[in-house]
Design a protein around this ligand. Structure first.
Ligand SMILES: [Zn+2]
Length: 419
């Protein structure tokens, strides 16, 4: 426990403005539920988040945020105060996208505190919390020394590859000024994602002339060559620590048992909490495939094999420094609220800033949920208020003058120089 962080939390929790915010969160649960239901009812498939983002921009304006707009990537952004170049910024975000295609019917059903809909929790819960936090912050902007950027961002799920976060942290004007970022993700009151599980996904395709297996045995067989290359990868040791997985999720090619196929395809998923392991296994995959194809072509007397490897998924790995000021802040708040900080590894929007060495976490947005990523997804907002208080106290702390003064001198540029 960091005594300075705990002292700041105690002071913040005792402020009259904090009590007013807590009261608003207590009294406005119905409004928060309505926001959540409305947001969830607007389809937001990967690369199809525009309608939900526009709805969000309207809510941001209603709440009274400044500079509300959709950026080039499609993120809905709003500021606590009109932004000034070079000022410290805290990012509070929640992803807009769902895993469901535009064809999936979303008809949310509310039954008391229970909301049933695809995406009700992931990330309906995070989006509802984002609006609630934006509303209480906009009512008392003087409680924050840092400016706060509220973002309902695109591209968190699968093929989105964190494109919303990537835009904010790699290409936006504000990238180098973000001192802390908090992604609101799904349900849960005590959850805190401090390590980002990285993944690189590939489609490997081998092509050849194909032929008759008995009369043309000299022709190279892409299925057998690919299988040999993958076997070489799998024979390589994969570490338990840092936890790493190499998976061939799909292997296909050919159409008849007596033919030499013309094509073979494999889908490969490499995941690790270590960025170094991701790179090592990616290199292993490339080398194994290339070596196997070259060896086959050196032997084959007729027709050569060609190969290509496409990256079909990319999320960087990263972990929060155990000495991170954001982590100290969450721990202090959790102690104040008598919560047990549940540190987790996850694949969230926090991966991107974590991979840049920044102070970033993902926090649960309260309540409970089940059936995530299925049509039976549900969310129960019972007890949400406690999680919203937790997020608010952390947000107030990491935006406070005392917190900003205590940041290491290099803290602001650490991420920016590596990005
Ligand atoms: Zn999510």
């Amino acid at each position: 426990m960091n005594p300075a962080a705990f002292a700041r939390t105690q002071e913040i929790a005792a402020r009259a403005s904090t009590h007013r915010a807590f009261r608003w969160l207590h009294l406005q649960e119905q409004r928060i539920q309505t926001w959540q239901r409305e947001a969830v009812s607007i389809p937001a498939p990967p690369f199809g988040e525009h309608d939900r983002a526009s709805w969000f921009a309207d809510r941001f304006r209603e709440i009274g945020l400044c500079g509300v707009h959709l950026d080039e990537e499609g993120n809905a952004l709003g500021w606590l105060r009109a932004p000034q170049a070079g000022e410290p910024v805290v990012l509070l975000s929640a992803h807009l996208d769902t895993v469901f295609s535009a064809a999936v019917q979303i008809a949310p059903v509310q039954d008391g505190s229970l909301l049933r809909a695809p995406g009700a929790a992931d990330n309906g819960a995070g989006l509802a919390a984002l609006l609630a936090l934006a509303a209480v912050s906009a009512a008392e902007p003087e409680a924050y020394t840092a400016n706060v950027l509220f973002a309902a961002n695109v591209g968190e799920e699968a093929e989105g590859n964190l494109r919303g976060m990537r835009h904010i942290f790699e290409r936006s004007a504000v990238a180098r000024d973000v001192v802390a970022s908090i992604a609101l993700e799904g349900a849960g009151t005590e959850t805190l994602v401090t390590r980002g599980l990285g993944s690189r996904r590939f489609r490997v395709v081998l092509n050849g002339p194909g032929g008759h297996a008995w009369t043309e045995p000299e022709i190279a067989n892409p299925v057998m060559v690919l299988a040999g290359a993958l076997a070489r990868c799998v024979a390589e040791p994969i570490p338990q620590h840092p936890r790493t997985v190499f998976n061939v999720g799909c292997l296909e090619g050919g159409s008849s048992v007596t033919s030499i196929p013309e094509q073979a395809t494999a889908l490969v998923d490499i995941r690790s909490v270590s960025a170094d392991e991701l790179v090592r296994l990616e290199v292993l995959l490339y080398r194994s495939v290339e070596d196997a194809v070259l060896a086959s072509n050196a032997q084959a007397s007729r027709g050569v094999l060609t190969f290509r490897i496409e990256c079909i998924g990319d999320r960087p790995a990263g972990a929060l420094d155990p000495q991170s000021p954001v982590l100290a802040s969450v721990r202090a708040v959790d102690r104040h609220l008598r919560l047990r900080t549940e540190e987790r590894i996850g694949s969230t929007d926090a991966n991107l800033p974590l991979a840049q060495g920044r102070d970033a976490v993902a926090m649960g947005a309260g309540g409970t949920a089940g059936g995530i990523h299925t049509l039976k997804e549900w969310y129960d907002s019972t007890g949400r208020e406690l999680a919203l208080r937790r997020i608010l106290l952390v947000l107030l702390d990491v935006s406070s003058a005392e917190y900003l003064q205590a940041l290491p001198a290099t803290g602001r540029v650490r991420g920016a120089t590596r990005s």
